[in-house]
Write a protein that binds this ligand. Structure first.
Ligand code: ATP
Ligand code: MG
Length: 685
């Protein structure tokens, strides 16, 4: 066809501009175009030279188009002289029109009319490839059989069934004879290929961010058809949500976060463009939520919250300062010998049932009135255990400053995997506004196991103990987010108490060694100590706090300086003492002192001791008053002594509580007071 429709289209366009009616022309011609594009009969009628312009005009009466535009259009058509190119004229006009808007006008061919939404999606997909905006008309093409074909400028995207069938034919012809002669194999092969068409069809008709589930099992889904997604991106699958874990060339591996029941093969998946987030804010205090922020406590939805991504960069070196303030656990054995500073990461490690959780919970209870926000992250625990902890926190009034993030043993492994990150994001919100935060991860062994499960299901290569290679990074990037921020950054802090469970005290297993190397020390709990009644069952020899002593109060430092050594010496000579009575005086003294000290450091659950009381008790220990009491009376003595001191010498207590130093004056007063009380106590026995 040698007639240049473009020339006429240009004239039509100029005329429209001249009359200042470009928009009107565009909308009317587009309507006409739409009508012609999918009505084959009408299209043929229009492109036939057997009918006059008047006939054609009558045919489109129903469309109620602007008569002026229609007349002008047919003037042009007549000028072209009744060749079969009338729709081409409209096409050229629209091309001109959209080029003015810096858009390329193109055509998407299909057998069935596409929805506006589908066309928009295709436009977006093509635009991102061409890096230009695209406007598409939708035209009928029965030859395609199914699927679509897009023509923009000189580019063709062919996802039509016709082409696919052609490919299939070629494929089958080139296949080896084996398959061709085996009808079962052949039909399987064809079926697989046809399944593929469906996929490709969905893919092209939608866009980069919409795909479909190809397989679902054990909370893991594989997705095809999404070309644009990022790591940790949230995917929505109807009512279900999932998180991107594996990004591969043709496939996305994702883990389901909820709504597992709603997902099946072929479900449509939409990438949301957001990473997984949790609600953060004051409204979280007092609440029990799951790892994606859904309340589990039946107290209604969360109000006045903002959202934060669960993964965030750890504060940089310059944004931190070293720990300078103690975080009091209220447990004497810890505050004296393994002091924890605000912003520190102190591991609690031990076998099962050795009181690990108890230490963490007691520490939370001890933050009462100390303006520390607490977050307890329960990972892979029984619901009943967590319910008990929540009840205890509620009863003791600790929930008012505490958030519980819970991913139970029966929850999807993905929820267990993200729970600590979610808790940390909530903590960061408080830390970044200058608050002090305490976060407990109970426990990271189960977290690592959940991650191992996910990784194996995602077919990532297993390494040592079948954990994936990045299990170290899993915990280091988590714990690095705890910090004491510099004054420039508001001076907030997040103290982490990760918990790790060992098997038969083996701290050299993979996960324990990893976490030990990431943290600033560990509190090691011993089954033998626990079973022999030494609770908290802290092994003072294996426990250490690498930074906390910098934050310890002067008075506490003074009275606790020799404790570790005393206990170590005691342990050393203890074995001898069992052989007989002929021990020298020094050894007897060491044993006597050690057994009294151990008795003093025993502490029941849920009864934190204020730091000034701890200082006084350890002072009494240092001065030998404790040793002068019968071992079985130590606890009773300690209780009564404190009680009397509080009632009779409140000014001494206040002085120590306020300044946390024991100067000469206080030393004298305290020594005198305790001396008197001790005498009276002994006399009463
Ligand atoms: P698991 O490995 O099951 O998580 P765990 O190491 O966290 O156990 P806990 O649950 O804290 O241990 O404690 C185990 C048991 O010991 C509980 O019944 C708890 O009440 C008790 N217990 C813990 N600490 C003390 C303590 N200081 N005094 C007396 N009993 C304690
Ligand atoms: Mg526990």
């Amino acid at each position: 066809m040698s007639i240049d429709t473009k020339k006429y289209a240009q004239e039509l366009y100029d005329l429209a501009i001249h009359d200042n009616k470009l928009e009107l022309y565009r909308s009317e011609l587009e309507k006409l175009n739409d009508a012609l594009n999918f009505d084959i009969e009408l299209n043929n009628y229009f492109n036939s030279s057997n009918y006059s312009s008047a006939d054609k005009k009558a045919k489109i009466n129903d469309l109620k188009l602007n008569s002026e535009v229609v007349s002008t259009y047919f003037v042009m058509v007549d000028a072209i002289n009744k060749t079969h190119i009338e729709t081409q004229l409209i096409h050229d006009f629209l091309t001109k029109y959209y080029s003015r808007e810096k858009k390329i006008f193109g055509t998407v061919y299909s057998v069935r009319k596409l929805t506006d939404k589908a066309i928009k999606d295709i436009e977006k997909a093509i635009a991102s490839q061409l890096e230009r905006e695209v406007k598409l008309e939708n035209k009928y093409d029965g030859d395609l059989i199914g699927g679509i074909k897009v023509v923009v400028n000189n580019n063709i995207w062919d996802a039509s069934y016709k082409t696919r069938l052609k490919d299939l034919r070629n494929d089958l012809l080139s296949d080896d004879k084996e398959i061709r002669n085996d009808s079962v194999a052949m039909s399987k092969h064809i079926k697989a290929q046809i399944d593929d068409y469906e996929k490709i069809n969905v893919n092209v008709e939608s866009s980069d961010t919409v795909g479909y589930v190809t397989s679902v099992a054990d909370g893991i889904i594989n997705i095809s058809g999404i070309n644009k997604a990022m790591a940790s991106e949230l995917l929505s699958i109807g009512d279900a949500t999932a998180m991107v874990m594996n990004l591969e060339e043709e496939n996305i591996g994702a883990v389901l976060l909820d709504g597992e029941e709603a997902v099946s093969e072929g479900s449509v998946v939409k990438a949301t463009g957001r990473v997984v987030e949790v609600p953060v804010g004051d409204a979280l205090l007092g609440r029990v939520i799951n790892a994606i922020g859904t309340p589990l406590d039946g107290k209604g939805s969360l109000k006045n919250v903002t959202y934060a991504p669960i993964e965030a960069n750890a504060p940089g070196v310059l944004d931190r300062q070293s720990v300078s303030e103690p975080l009091e656990t209220g447990l004497m054995v810890i505050d004296s010998m393994i002091p924890i500073g605000k912003g520190q990461r102190e591991l609690i490690i031990g076998d099962r049932q050795t009181g690990k959780t108890a230490i963490a919970v007691d520490t939370i209870l001890n933050q009462h009135g100390k303006n520390v926000k607490c977050i307890y992250v329960a990972i892979g625990q029984k619901n009943s255990t967590v319910a008990q902890i929540v009840k205890r926190l509620t009863d003791e009034g600790a929930m008012s400053y505490t958030t519980v993030v819970m991913a139970g043993a029966s929850d999807l492994p993905a929820l267990q995997y993200i729970a600590p990150y979610a808790g940390t994001a909530i903590g960061e919100y408080f830390m970044n506004r200058g608050d002090d935060v305490l976060i407990v991860y109970d426990d990271l062994s189960k977290h690592a196991v959940a991650y191992r499960t996910l990784s194996l299901l995602l077919r990532r290569p297993p390494g040592r103990e079948a954990y994936p290679g990045d299990v170290f990074y899993l915990h280091s990037r988590l714990l690095e987010r705890s910090a004491k921020l510099s004054e420039d950054k508001g001076g907030g802090s997040m103290t982490a108490l990760p918990i790790v469970e060992t098997l038969a005290g083996d701290i050299s297993a993979y996960i324990p060694t990893n976490v030990i190397s990431i943290t600033d020390g560990q509190i090691f709990l011993q089954t033998e100590l626990f079973n022999s009644g030494n609770r908290p069952a802290v092994d003072s020899g294996l426990s250490v706090s690498r930074v906390g002593s910098a934050a310890q109060y002067k008075a506490m430092k003074k009275v606790s300086a020799s404790l570790k050594l005393d206990l170590a010496q005691y342990q050393e000579v203890l074995a001898f003492s069992q052989f007989g009575s002929d021990l020298d005086a020094n050894t007897r003294k060491t044993i006597n002192h050690g057994s009294h000290l151990i008795e003093l450091l025993k502490q029941p659950q849920y009864s934190p001791v204020a730091v000034e009381d701890q200082i006084i008790l350890l002072y009494a220990n240092q001065k030998g008053y404790i040793d002068s009491i019968a071992v079985e009376d130590v606890k009773d003595y300690a209780k009564k002594m404190l009680l009397e001191l509080h009632s009779t010498y409140p000014e001494i207590i206040k002085e120590i509580a306020d300044n946390k130093v024991i100067n000469n004056e206080i030393d004298e007063q305290l020594n005198g007071a305790i001396g008197q009380i001790t005498e009276r106590y002994k006399a009463s026995k």
